[in-house]
Every structure is written in structure tokens, then in C-alpha cells.
Design a protein around this ligand. Structure first.
Ligand SMILES: [Zn+2]
Ligand SMILES: [Zn+2]
Length: 347
């Protein structure tokens, strides 16, 4: 099969022929119809992810068709339209038994712990636990966007963030996950304040339902601005970018008893990021993490999409062939585009 392969961190990947994957006994091989390009792929390519070993094939936001299934797979057969959360769970550890597959103790992640979906085929483990049926009316490009950014945003806003109608929700960073969060929070009846440095991203945030936008290049203290705009601070705030600055701003923009959800990854040399804990104590803030979403909780999200209240298809702004993926991956570091690029390996 053809795949995007890199042999060295930070050096341009190349498209070449590699061996076809084979399904594990409990796994499947999926023919990739669409796979989203994500900043996490760029972090992996830069060497920020300790799970990756070289040579490597990135890609974790995929949708496609089951090509082959292992003998112990009972729920899926060749020809099924499927997607997966980027965290694939084992189905048997304590976290999985509690229904928290998104933090499985023995999780695998295509494109990180093994070769991913920037390829014609990808192997996925524990298919009965992890696969999600893609509704007939949903395109593969849209379905591909659900597994990482949209599901992550849904869990952050709805499951972890517990957004309620009428609340103020701040979203720091309006890339793919941030714009998804804006859409979902607005669909929940929240009033959304979107923060970004790009006028184009803020324009999209407004289109997707943001009630107010803050241009971080013009406002020196975005947290103070949000506290003013919301009459005392947001009830819920998401750092959807992942940087020490946006993390601190997210905590600092909250009102008393507010909830911060860290969504964007925070890689750093020593593995830690400063957080304004004094404010967390004084205002009794809740500081939460959000890590993907379990496959069994997808129905509520799929129903929201089906109803038309949220439009993940509108986040997809470009589709490219596999040959264009290496350069697009390299470009994610410097100038992440507003909107989502989807790779279609069959093109
Ligand atoms: Zn992703
Ligand atoms: Zn598990």
C-alpha cells in the first residue's frame, strides 16, 4: 500500500510503498477513505510524543470501510462504514470496565502507538470495543473529523465541562477543536466568547455561533477582557490551543466556581506547565482534563450532528491527496489554517 512515512523527526515525510497491515485476532484493517490532519500529528512528527518509534506513519482521525476482520471480531464485517475514537481501548482494564475507555490503561492510538491512517489501509485493535458505525448520510470527510477534534470538543464541553444553557463559555484558540467547541457550546444554548490571534478564525467562530470574539493580538489581557464581557467571568473555559499563555488565560477568565478544561496538548521540555493555582483555590475553580471520547458515548454526539444543530462538515475547508500530505503536515507548525484539511488516500 501507499503511505506517508517519516524516518527522522522534523524531516519532510515521503509517500512510498510499504507492506499492507494485517488484522489482529480482535482487530480489523480499514480501507481509509478520509483522514484529518491535526496538530497532534505535527507534534508527533516533531518528536514530542514518546509513543512513536521510527520509521512511522502518522494519522489518527479516520473514517473508512472495513476491509478485513480478525476471527474474534463479532460486531463488524468487511464493507461496514466505520470511524474510531483516536484512543482505542482494550475493553478489559479497570478504566474500560467503568466505561471510561478514553483513559484506557492499555490504549492504542493509530498514528502514535502504531502506524496510522495517512495510508491506504490502517490496522485497528479491539474492533468490537472501538469501532463506531458511520451513518449512511454522513460523508467520510465529516466522519473523519469526529474521532479527534469534534469528539474531544464534545467531551470537553458536554461531558467534562457540563455546559448548561445560558452559561458563558470561553474558548481559547479557534483551530479545529476550538471551532468544534464553539459550535457545540452554542448548540447547548451557551453564550460563547471565542479567542484567537487570527481574524479568519474569529470570523468562522462568529459564523459558528460565538456571541463575542476577542482578538488576542489587540487585547493585551484576554482574561480581563472576558471577565468584562461576561459580567464577572466565564462559567466554563477551554484552552483549546495548548500553550502556557492560553492555559493561564483560561483559568484567569473564570468566575467563582468556574470550570477550566484543558484540551490542547501542553508539551514542554520538563513536562510541566505553570497553572494559576492560587486563583483555583480562592475561587474554588475546577480544573479538568479532556482526552478524546469513548466509542460507546458517540450516539449523543451523532444525534446532535444528525439534527443539524452542529455542522462538523463546515469545518472541512480542504481535501488533499496523499502526495500533498507531507507538506501539509510540515505546515501545521507554522501557520495552522482556520478549518480542517482532510487527506483522501484513494485520490
Ligand atoms: Zn487529532
Ligand atoms: Zn482498557
Amino acid at each position: 500500500m501507499r503511505a506517508v512515512v517519516f524516518e527522522e523527526y522534523g524531516r519532510l515525510a515521503e509517500v512510498r510503498e510499504v507492506a499492507d497491515p494485517r488484522p489482529a485476532e480482535h482487530g480489523v484493517v480499514v480501507r481509509v477513505e478520509a483522514t484529518g490532519l491535526c496538530r497532534s500529528d505535527w507534534h508527533g512528527w516533531q518528536g514530542h510524543d514518546p509513543d512513536i518509534t521510527l520509521p512511522h506513519v502518522p494519522g489518527h482521525e479516520l473514517a473508512g470501510v472495513v476491509e478485513a476482520a480478525g476471527p474474534r471480531v463479532t460486531r463488524w464485517r468487511p464493507g461496514d462504514r466505520v470511524t474510531v475514537p483516536f484512543v482505542c481501548a482494550c475493553g478489559t482494564c479497570a478504566a474500560c470496565a467503568a466505561g471510561d475507555q478514553q483513559v484506557c490503561e492499555r490504549q492504542t492510538q493509530p498514528g502514535f502507538t502504531h502506524w496510522g491512517s495517512f495510508a491506504q489501509y490502517v490496522a485497528l485493535d479491539h474492533a468490537d470495543v472501538n469501532l463506531v458505525a458511520v451513518p449512511e448520510e454522513m460523508s467520510y470527510a465529516t466522519a473523519a473529523s469526529l474521532g479527534c477534534r469534534f469528539a474531544t470538543a464534545f467531551r470537553a464541553v458536554v461531558q467534562q465541562g457540563r455546559t448548561a444553557a445560558g452559561e458563558w463559555v470561553a474558548v481559547h484558540g479557534c483551530g479545529g477543536v476550538g471551532l468544534s467547541a464553539v459550535m457545540i457550546a452554542a448548540a447547548c444554548g451557551a453564550r460563547v466568547v471565542a479567542v484567537d490571534v487570527s481574524p479568519g478564525a474569529l470570523e468562522l467562530a462568529r459564523e459558528f455561533g460565538a456571541a463575542a470574539c476577542v482578538d488576542a493580538t489587540r487585547v493585551p489581557d484576554t482574561a480581563a477582557e472576558i471577565r468584562d464581557l461576561t459580567g464577572g467571568g466565564a462559567h466554563l473555559s477551554l484552552d483549546a490551543l495548548g500553550s502556557p499563555g492560553t492555559c493561564a488565560a483560561s483559568v484567569n477568565c473564570l468566575r467563582r466556581r468556574g470550570r477550566h478544561v484543558q484540551v490542547g496538548l501542553l508539551p514542554s521540555a520538563d513536562g510541566t506547565t505553570p497553572v494559576p493555582m492560587a486563583r483555583a483555590i480562592a475561587l474554588e475553580l475546577e480544573l479538568l482534563g479532556s482526552h478524546g471520547m469513548a466509542a460507546h458515548t458517540y450516539p449523543a454526539m451523532l444525534e446532535l450532528v444528525r439534527s443539524g444543530a452542529v455542522r462538523p462538515d463546515r469545518l472541512v475547508t480542504a481535501t488533499i491527496p496523499l502526495d500533498a500530505a507531507p507538506r501539509a503536515l510540515a505546515g501545521m507548525g507554522s501557520a495552522p489554517a482556520a478549518g480542517v484539511t482532510v487527506v483522501e488516500p484513494w485520490r
